[in-house]
Design a protein around this ligand. Structure first.
Ligand code: ADP
Length: 228
């Protein structure tokens, strides 16, 4: 089974910059993998093509058997609901509680209050913050804030979670902890793609690794096969 497939994907920005060239790979449901490579290698661009912040210039991005490059309007919005995103700087609302931040994607969907409260609580439990629902983001540590960002990204139960340098601001111990959390989400069936240039981290976690080099897929390394 395949959740996501890149078929000879190329991306050229309006500036003329060729960010991805002839990239092909598949991701299974519940799989967790890294996308790594030097700065400017095309990692963020690859994630943007999945979230439809950008569209492929060539080839096809297939998600759940659908060519998403052709989606517009309402169908594009529906696709985005199936893809959660975690940012490096987590982008939490500073004046809203942890619980309110996590509730936001569900509120936008018009879900009933009681159902939202239940989902927020169970998602915060999953990320180990069951007792911090009423806290404000600034009252949490950096690692805890990133967990809130992850909770918000998965509260609506997306099929795929995208994380762009999610541990960029965290020390190695906290980074490993956050990766463990992402791994536990993949064990529950959500596919997880983590873009990271932190090779030491990528080596420690021992997952599949896609290596980008100047926009080309230079390697697709099976879990645990990365030379240490
Ligand atoms: P990475 O995430 O690996 O650092 P990016 O995907 O951000 O790489 O960038 C890949 C290439 O595309 C780089 O040369 C970058 O300068 C260029 N690029 C990224 N975003 C844009 C954009 N919006 N417009 C033009 N060029 C871009």
């Amino acid at each position: 089974m395949t959740l996501l497939r890149f078929d000879n994907v190329g991306k050229r920005y309006a500036s003329g910059r060729e960010a991805l060239t002839d990239v092909s790979f598949e991701v299974a449901p519940g799989e967790m993998l890294f996308v790594t490579g030097h700065s400017g290698a095309g990692k963020s661009t690859l994630l943007r093509l999945i979230h439809l912040t950008e569209r492929a210039s060539r080839g096809a991005v297939i998600f759940a058997d659908r060519n998403i490059g052709k989606l517009r309007g309402r169908r594009m919005a529906m696709h985005r609901r199936e893809v959660g995103v975690v940012f490096q700087d987590h982008r939490l609302l500073a004046d809203r509680s942890v619980g309110d931040n996590v509730a936001l994607p569900l509120l936008l969907r018009g879900m009933h209050r009681a159902e939202i409260a239940k989902r927020v609580r169970s998602t915060l439990d999953k990320v180990g913050l069951g007792d911090r629902e009423k806290a404000l983001p600034r009252q949490l540590s950096a690692g805890e804030q990133q967990r809130v960002g992850i909770a918000r990204a998965v509260v609506a139960e997306p099929k795929l979670l995208l994380a762009d340098e999610p541990t960029g601001n965290l020390d190695p111990a906290l980074s490993t902890e956050i990766m463990g959390l992402l791994d536990s989400l993949s064990a529950r069936g959500t596919s997880v793609i983590v873009a990271s240039h932190d090779l030491a981290l990528v080596r420690r976690i021992r997952k599949r690794v896609l290596v980008l080099d100047h926009g080309r897929l230079a390697d697709d390394i099976a879990p645990g096969e990365l030379a240490t």
